[in-house]
Design a protein around this ligand. Structure first.
Ligand SMILES: Cc1cc2nc3c(=O)[nH]c(=O)nc-3n(C[C@H](O)[C@H](O)[C@H](O)COP(=O)(O)OP(=O)(O)OC[C@H]3O[C@@H](n4cnc5c(N)ncnc54)[C@H](O)[C@@H]3O)c2cc1C
Length: 491
């Protein structure tokens, strides 16, 4: 099949039978046409269609090593700097289509599966069949161009105790039974963004998994189709309120549903298992770092974050021109903050790509620290970018009629009283509705929390930075300076 088209994705989604719980209802088919999912599903479909655009297909696809058909570039196992550059351009092309607001486009997890397949022997250290499973899964996803979601986190019951010490040891999804043909999984995982509209879910270990004997039932890595019997998704409220693109320009296009994944005694076939038990191998994110998956996933994320910073910069520039505020000193200061954010993200990305080298598994990989710094910095910076939007757009975010007012009796008022220095009333309302959706709507609020927790808890991520950064050259330099005059006691 190879790189698919949007219509293929939508048809597969509509005909698959799954168990989705939303707004008190159980939805089993026709997901691509359901009010909560149809717009975001079409945004995803549009990305798949780009793979067949004559002007983009050379960037977005490459020739499958098995079928010879074009397949998505995010599956490309990069051997050269040119391959890596092509991967980066592919990711940016997709990210720009949503201004970075689609956080779970296929390239994110395709990058993980791609890297893990190159490191299949890491899984094989426990059982050679796991290595085969990882390789076959990668080929399966690549050749069918499947959309993946993932879930890593145990339900938030009592964080002071591990999953095995909760009131219900099967609140967090655990291995309930091991059989010859696979394992039975019982319990829940948080949170599967796009779960209801993805083809498959990968269920990987949490980075905070511990390596105690009691954590064994929670140690596993597998992938199954989202329509597997016994798997259901419990969705949050939809943020796509069925309004026009004029009224909710982002929410009406890009609301990626978040859902709790519930495994009601789900049989996971052995060939879909990549690791079972062995918490000592799965603790502290070892699976992601030692296979190189984390680096390639972060490459995609930092590329998307750059698209988002560029969106905020473009938006604020149009706003400040529209209402004539660009000349004010503090406005220039705030625009400078956004320019710095854009440039620092771009610089990190460029540094990571320029210093790329083959990893332990032989694939060309971006340098880790520029990416690691960017993935730790952006969650702290995005709330500030969002704040600057509301600080500069001010009352314009609320003196904000809807599209219906621009075509009804109030049009004259809109034109007369809501015009700006450079825009007529309707265009200015349209612009400020975009600013509202980016900064103060429920959609905008979710984006901020999403970015903040994207890679996990920033507090524990900071612990990992401090614990792994090589500071020796700098501490030695300071110690040498202090020692220049000899020990104080001898003076
Ligand atoms: C919008 C959104 C979408 C998401 N989508 C996905 C997804 O698609 N797939 C997925 O797997 N995950 C997803 N997540 C989950 C995300 O990975 C987690 O939010 C993140 O890892 C933090 O874990 P938590 O939410 O369980 O917070 P908790 O671990 O419950 O933390 C809650 C608070 O307690 C503090 N805390 C807890 N334990 C400790 C500790 N040991 N030491 C210090 N402080 C502690 C934290 O700092 C935090 O302030 C999503 C989250 C959000 C918000």
């Amino acid at each position: 099949m190879g790189a698919r088209r949007g219509a293929d994705y939508l048809e597969a989604l509509n005909t698959s039978e799954r168990d989705i719980r939303i707004h008190g209802e159980r939805v089993t088919t026709g997901l691509a046409d359901h009010a909560a999912f149809r717009n975001v599903a079409r945004a995803y479909a549009a990305l798949y269609d780009l793979q067949h655009d004559p002007e983009l297909k050379d960037v977005l696809t490459y020739k499958s090593p098995t079928s010879g058909d074009p397949v998505g570039t995010s599956f490309l196992q990069p051997e050269t700097l040119d391959d890596l550059d092509k991967r980066g351009r592919m990711m940016k092309t997709w990210a720009d289509r949503s201004f970075g607001n689609l956080g779970r486009t296929g390239d994110y997890l395709n990058s993980a599966v791609m890297a893990m397949a190159t490191a299949a022997d890491w899984f094989g250290q426990v059982d050679p069949r796991f290595a085969d499973n990882v390789r076959s899964y990668y080929e399966h996803v690549r050749e069918h161009d499947l959309l993946l979601t993932h879930t890593l986190i145990n339900p938030q019951a009592n964080r002071a105790a591990g999953p095995g010490s909760q009131a219900d040891p099967f609140q967090a999804a655990a291995i309930a039974e091991e059989r010859d043909d696979g394992v039975v999984i019982r319990g829940a995982r948080m949170l599967a963004t796009i779960g209801p509209i993805a083809d498959e879910i990968i269920v990987f270990p949490s980075t905070v998994l511990q390596a105690r004997p009691e954590d064994e039932p929670y140690a596993y890595a597998f992938a199954i189709p989202c329509d597997t019997p016994g798997l259901r998704f419990l969705c949050r409220e939809s943020l796509d309120q069925g309004r026009s693109h004029f009224d909710h320009p982002l929410g009406s296009r890009f609301d990626e549903m978040d859902a709790v994944a519930i495994f009601d005694d789900v049989l996971v076939p052995f060939e879909r298992c990549f690791m079972l038990r062995h918490p000592e191998l799965l603790t502290r994110g070892r699976m992601y770092t030692e296979t190189g998956a984390l680096t390639h996933m972060t490459h995609q994320v930092v590329t998307r974050d750059l698209a988002k910073a560029e969106f905020i910069l473009g938006l604020l520039s149009v706003i400040s021109e529209s209402i004539g505020i660009e000349g004010f000193e503090h406005v220039q200061n705030k625009l400078t903050e956004v320019i710095m954010a854009r440039e620092l993200m771009a610089s990190s990305l460029r540094a990571a790509e320029a210093d790329a080298a083959p990893n332990d598994w032989g694939i060309m990989s971006p340098a880790w620290w520029p990416l690691n710094v960017a993935r730790n910095w952006f969650p702290r910076t995005y709330p500030r970018l969002r704040e600057i939007v509301w600080q500069l757009a001010a009352s314009g975010l609320f003196g904000l009629p809807t599209e219906a007012d621009t075509i009804g009796d109030s049009r004259e008022d809109v034109e007369r009283y809501l015009q700006s220095a450079t825009q007529d009333g309707v265009d200015r309302v349209k612009l400020f509705r975009l600013a509202w959706d980016a900064s103060v709507s429920a959609f905008g609020g979710r984006q901020e929390v999403y970015e903040f927790f994207f890679f996990g808890d920033p507090v524990r991520m900071a612990q990992a930075v401090v614990g792994s950064y090589d500071r020796a050259p700098y501490t030695e330099r300071v110690r040498a300076f202090l020692d220049e005059d000899g020990p104080v006691a001898t003076r």
